[in-house]
Design a protein around this ligand. Sequence first.
Ligand SMILES: Cc1ncc(C[n+]2csc(CCOP(=O)(O)OP(=O)(O)O)c2C)c(N)n1
Ligand SMILES: [Mg+2]
Length: 907
Amino acid sequence: MGIDDGFVGQLYDADPDETREWLDSLDAVASEHGPGRAEYLIQRLLAHGGDIGLQIPHLVQTPYVNTIPLADEQARYWFPGDLDLERRIRAFIRWNAAVMVVKANHVAEGIGGHLATFASSASLYDVGFNHFWRGKDDGNNGDSVYIQGHAAPGIYARAYLEGRLDEIELDNFRREIGGNGLSSYPHPRLMPDFWEFPTVSMGLGPINSIYQARFNRYLHHRRLEDTSELRVWAFVGDGECDEPETLGSIALAGRERLDNLTWVINCNLQRLDGPVRGNGKIIQELEGVFRGAGWNVIKVVWGSAWDELIENDHDGLLVRKMNETVDGEFQRFTVEDGAYIREHFFGPDPRLRKMVDHLSDEELRWLPRGGHDYRKLYAAYKAATEQRGAPTVILAKTIKGWTLGADVEGRNATHQIKKLSNKQLRDLRLRLHLEEEIPEESLADGQEPPYYRPAEGTPAHEYLMARRQALGGSMPKRVVRTTSPLTLPDDSVFDEFRSGSGKKAASTTTAFTRMLRAFSRDPGFGRRVVPIIPDEARTFGMDSLFKEFGIYASEGQKYEPVDHKLLLSYHESIDGQLLEEGITEAGSMASWTAAATSYATHGVPMVPFFIFYSMFGFQRVGDLIWAAADARARGFLLGATAGRTTLMGEGLQHQDGHSLVLASTVPVCEAYDPAFAYETAEVIRHGIERMYGPEPEDVFYYLTLHNENYVMPALPDTPGIVDGIIEGLYRWQPAPKDKALAKATLLFSGPAQGAVREAASELAARWGVAAELWSATSYKRLREEALAVERGNRLHPQQKPRTPRVTTLLESSAGPIVATTDFLRAVPDQIARWIPADRSYTSLGTDGFGRSDTREALRRFFEVDAGHIVVATLHALAEEGQVKRSRVAEAIAAYGVDPEAALPWAP
Ligand SMILES: Cc1ncc(C[n+]2csc(CCOP(=O)(O)OP(=O)(O)O)c2C)c(N)n1
Ligand SMILES: [Mg+2]
């Protein structure tokens, strides 16, 4: 827009006189008919300009009224259902949802639950259930609906009406432990036949839904599955929009023209503590943000009762008032009576006040918001599904706690309310017109309020069931029905890694890159591999994959890339396999989740490999990883450039020494720190079999990849070694056979192998110690097995106790045990309790912040280099009286260890 002196940016005014005439006529309209009229004309002109093909940038905000005009609602999107029956059904659902939460809190005080979120969004869900969302019972994959976590009671309440849940289950809302319970929120991990998409950690459902819609396209473009009919719907709270993940990827949806995606934002103007934008207007703010990102925005602000008022608003006074009123005031109007609204909304301007003279205070009080109006919502949903070339967001204005009565509706505390007194329940019964269904005496004090389910054969029940039947059956429903089975890769794919790198030095990262290429070339399996990289391929040396896999781009490649002459050019294509997501670990993780749950969502198992900068994985997007675990994801996460001293130069915010600690907190995440290419290969081979084989398990794998080059040894031919790799620990090299030497056992993981091997040579050559070397690929796995054994022993006190695997393994070794890792000591300390009783255990690790320096300097600083390992081993032997303490001091001096060096983890 131009600035004061009349310029429009850099544009040239070809005819200033003509311009002046246009401006003068606008001035005249504004002064004669008021600014409202002038504003209308400008909007009209802009819209018309678009119609005749003028290139005018879109306005990002429109007035605070419904986007779909009444005429369109009537002519194009007329509600096809039975309004009265649907209202009845909705009343039953509302009632059961409320009773369920109230009862749960009566029986188990403090068990929690939410009434207000669903109360505000019941209509938003019902219109979808009755008219839009396709189930899967008819054999197709159905629509993917991300339900707001706190609305779960309403979804259970509907499932109860449909006969999918019984009263015992409703009574056990939030009490899952004894069976027959219902989880608090959507958790596929806990209710795997019901919930599909975890949403309650706010912001994650929205971003996951975007990448789900995008992944549906990806499957389609790669000809793996026809997803053209599938839609993704996401329900989002207006408060939830403050989470960076919620809005952080909306531009992708716009850019990718994801018209298979619809968001419904429940704009009840409130979050948990108070108003979302007391001093502003969340609907307007969101409209601007979404339009700017290329979305089709449909505002459903006012219910039908406002239509007449808005039509009579000839001079635009009403709409100006609507535009000016901030959300804090709108919230106030919901708790005040009609007289207050007359006085404070219409009242200040006598012309406005006059517009509502014919309405009683009671009628004014009940002028509804659009998000509770079936017709308006139906029109919006219908328009959204017909929209082509852009995703749609429906901004539906509602009242938090709607129908729950004056003590709850619109109050700042409404979110937390989980109890209703019998009086409040009696009021709710009247408000929902359930006089016949719920006998008054059933709500007497001291009584447990009853649920209500219309009997089979009643019109409400028939209607409810018929609607869902027409749409492909009940939902939500999670089914695992493999329609396109996956062929496991041929074992020969792994051979090259089993034979080692010969004389050539390599890193586990380069080995993995070769592996990825080898899988993807595998004729059966290859097409299911989904490599996902957030703009780090070159860092990991994976840019070589661009050309071969192709980078997925829904529009192909419209330009000749700058490096087109290179053999390995940047190659985008519509059926590209690689998801090069740009700098968004969150987006990449969301893509990974969509691919990792495709076995259930689409019946097409896919094998995603998300390769990230390990520091920016668990630490950055840990909650998305947790949600993926909830969603029963299967796939591989790879933390590349892992290790606090292995990644040199980068320093404090890059060197990851703790992702394995964070990974240890995720129950279904198998976490490995492989030292050698063959270990990486065996873990991946095993993971593929476990997740995609004949008896698939809902787990996923995290592997660290390192960028230090060394000769990759061949897989030793020791019996049982592969089991050892998978189970977390195996003897990699026996101690030198010399009876005169003291004995020690050194454990290494990942790139700590170098220093440990060097220490072992030193110990043998200079200090009279024969050390055996073990590779600890997964302390997490060892710990979990030991915990299970320990528990079994505790609970079966009369049976012969079993010994944890880690104890048995280490019993076969000799001398003090020293474990070295490039991660925190907490990683090897995971097994400390199960070290054989007569042995000492020392862990060396990289506690503290990273520093930028060489590997050598870093390893010295963190005390994980060969000198420190020798010192630690000698010290442990000295403690046992096997070597003299003076020898430890000699070693300290010999390796230049500074006993007074600062603690690496000092502040
Ligand atoms: C990441 C995260 N932070 C905080 C919460 C706790 N919490 C649950 S609901 C809620 C308020 C939700 O407000 P809004 O998104 O507007 O949803 P409404 O219930 O109003 O529809 C909060 C803060 C959460 N579930 N997730
Ligand atoms: Mg809200």
